[in-house]
Design a protein around this ligand. Structure first.
Ligand SMILES: [Mn+2]
Length: 270
């Protein structure tokens, strides 16, 4: 059994197949994990979701901001945007099964035996990986329950930007979702900055640092996607960025957990 963790797929089905073929992925033997943003902007969301859902137990993922946004569009909380390329998916005959499957996906994944942790964006300064999983599960249970559409309706917005364990209701869930699916930079006083997207080697305001620079070194390896402009470069061996911007013409990348190395293929989407 091999485990592979793939970066942001964004509906790039053809490139995904090329990458899985390159590493010899076999769903009857191997496991595929994904950091989220399975769909959104890319050309083949229907084929991508159908393929991944049909992998059954051979596949696990964390939800990304685009996956949650798609659920919000499906449930009527947000308008359809042509640039997100989800119109065909919304009218697919199997859409209610696919939406049900998506709602069952978590915001974090971990393997405590192998010290692996995955979330779409990372973890904010105030949390360790155990807290991140615990807070994620609060949102996951709402997403599975009867109030899931209300959650999606209230998830938009950048506030509150600082964690406090006494946060309640949609403010609490919004912070958890923003931290785990949208964060890139945090301020030196521990707030999420959800506006700055440039990579850290370019000029960045002095009070902003990439979220991972607040993470103490530990035995756990953190995997994330979301930040295409980083091209996977974090300067940390224990923090592995996997979004290499497939949707912007860059490669699609996965991490081979056995060999402990990244494998990339060029984008095949037009
Ligand atoms: Mn994202």
């Amino acid at each position: 059994m091999s485990r592979y963790i793939v970066g942001d797929i964004h509906g790039c089905y053809t490139t995904l197949q090329s990458l899985l073929c390159t590493v010899g992925f076999n769903p009857s033997r191997d496991e595929l994990w994904a950091v989220g943003d399975l769909i959104g902007r890319g050309p083949d969301p229907l084929r991508t979701l159908t393929y991944l859902a049909n992998l059954d137990n051979a596949f696990q993922c964390t939800l990304g901001n685009h996956d949650l946004h798609f659920l919000a569009v499906y449930s009527g909380c947000q308008p359809i945007r042509a640039s997100h390329c989800t119109r065909e998916l919304l009218s697919a005959p199997n859409i209610s099964q696919l939406v049900g499957w998506l709602r069952h996906q978590p915001l974090t994944l971990s393997d405590n035996c192998n010290n692996l942790f995955v979330s779409h964006a990372g973890i904010p300064p105030a949390w360790n990986v155990h807290q991140a999983s615990e807070y994620a599960s609060e949102v996951e249970s709402i997403l599975l329950g009867s109030d899931w559409k209300q959650l999606l309706m209230h998830m938009y917005g950048d506030q509150p930007d600082k964690w406090c364990s006494s946060l309640l209701g949609y403010d609490r869930y919004r912070f958890i979702i923003n931290a785990l699916t949208r964060m890139r930079y945090c301020t030196t006083d521990g707030r999420l900055d959800l506006s700055w997207k440039e990579p850290p080697h370019l000029e960045v305001p002095a009070n902003l640092k990439p979220w991972y620079s607040f993470v103490p070194e530990s035995e756990t390896t953190l995997f994330f996607g979301h930040w295409a402009a980083l091209c996977g470069k974090t300067e940390r061996n224990d923090i592995i960025g996997l979004d290499t911007g497939c949707i912007w013409g860059g490669p699609l990348t996965l991490y081979d957990c056995d060999r402990q190395e990244k494998v990339s293929v060029p984008s095949l989407e037009s």
